[in-house]
Design a protein around this ligand. Sequence first.
Ligand SMILES: *Cc1c(COP(=O)(O)O)cnc(C)c1O
Length: 566
Amino acid sequence: MQVQSVRRDQASSRIGLRYEHQEFEFEIPFTDEASAENAIHCACLMLHLGMEGETIRRRMSGLQPVAMRLELKQGIHHSLVINDTYNSDLGSLDLALDFLNSQAQGRQTTLILSDILQTGLPPQTLYARVAELLRAKSVGRLIGVGPGISGCAACFDLPARYFPDTESLLGEQDFSSLQDQAILVKGARPFGFERVSDRLQQKDHQTILEINLEALVHNLNVFRALLRPGVRTMGMVKAFSYGSGSAEIAGVLQYHRVDCLAVAYADEGKALRQGGITLPIVVMNPELRDLDILDHYRLEPEVYSMELLHRLARRKEHGRTLPIHLKVDTGMHRLGFLPGQLPGLLAFLGSAPGLKVASVFSHFAASDDPRHDAFTREQLQAFTQACATLEAGLGHSFLRHISNSAAVARFPEAQLDMVRLGIGLYGVSPDAGIQERLQQVSTFRSVVSQVKHVGKGGTVGYDRAWKAREPREVAVVPVGYADGLHRRLGNGRGHLLVGGRAVPLVGNISMDMCTVDVTGLGVSPGDEVIVFGPERPVTELAREMGTIPYEVLTSVSQRVKRVYYQ
Ligand SMILES: *Cc1c(COP(=O)(O)O)cnc(C)c1O
């Protein structure tokens, strides 16, 4: 075939081909290696068959992602379980092992693998390749299931056990040896590995927060496409990544090459390090008593006061230099050095060789609100001025950053050296155009526990706050204010989605459950309930609650299990 070259821009999913001396460019709606490679093969073939460039471009942009859904769940014995029980071939094994490694959070890895069917390769060749792949991906242990893989045990040089079929695995193993493991369950369909992953998974509560990691990556790429060349990204993963989890989200951001991460507290940074995160981590609220943790886990403090600076400098008279991040207050009037304090700051830094200013930053007070755009520009102006003063005084450059998610699109001139992405990654933007391109990352879901017929005059819930004026059907849902469903949403102010329809919350919300009016909708126990998710934007619930999406996302309580999938 006459394709001369292929160019692929990693971040933006744009692919360029040179075919018979003509440049041809197209875009695909994903960024992962496997999809890009697929698309390139297809485009080559279509060009070869003489199809129009315009047709190819149009068709490519309408592609759906290949259904490869890797689920990550909490397992028994503190393990993590990744489920890929529907297909099994070398390519998907390769991808799934990458996902396993990116999510292992420092755990040992175990692969439970069935025979790989229909490859057309002789078993010895096939399993020699599998063995090579397992070596390359540093898999810790193998559990092989099926006559094919068992017969080729000699190919493998890692600790392994083999079983002739799924029944014997389930019969013989109590899985207690899989303590603290990251486990990939991967089997060809006839092996029925759903039963294996069922056994390995902690039983979910009915109420879960489901996190779509692919949507997170998609959102990251939406923002990357808005950045000027060379601008770096800091992933804001404070407050359990806005409620979505900590090391899980950080692991995905690290894998997709954000430049650094930020948390609010040293303990959050420590948890990320223990979860295998190696990126630089900035701690925005370092406390004086956390200095040991900062040291031990290589966390980099935000410095916002002379007192903190003095303490750090005293600690750092010996040992390796500590990167610090200076916060300048340009009008938010929370933490940070005021411009008038910069001369004193510079004088002190000149005599503190153990500290190195890695970045200088500030924070916009209202970058999402057009009514305050003039103020936002003043903040930017004050910030660039402060940076110039600091750079002249220090005699070296540093990264400058002031933009949060909202500012990225609204004030491109404020992108400077780096932007700090928070709520946008999780799928929320104040800008309608960008909101349209983002995907909501989390779905807060539950199921109906019971449906009650309430006669005329009957009341529902505490304080008898709601009364049926005519016979009604009321569904009970096991989500209460202790899960993050705020009590002020009761009595008609808020809505849930039941079986795809918005229904009003009636009565007071209890600690562990709530009630919705589902009269005439034919709802039964077990039916799906969505508190928020792609079908029911978190912004809508926030409006009903009289707050902002940030608060809704971060108030889903820790007792609600997080389930990740990709
Ligand atoms: C939380 C936070 C951000 C992220 O803001 P979003 O509006 O969520 O993008 C950026 N910078 C600082 C200092 C923050 O604390």
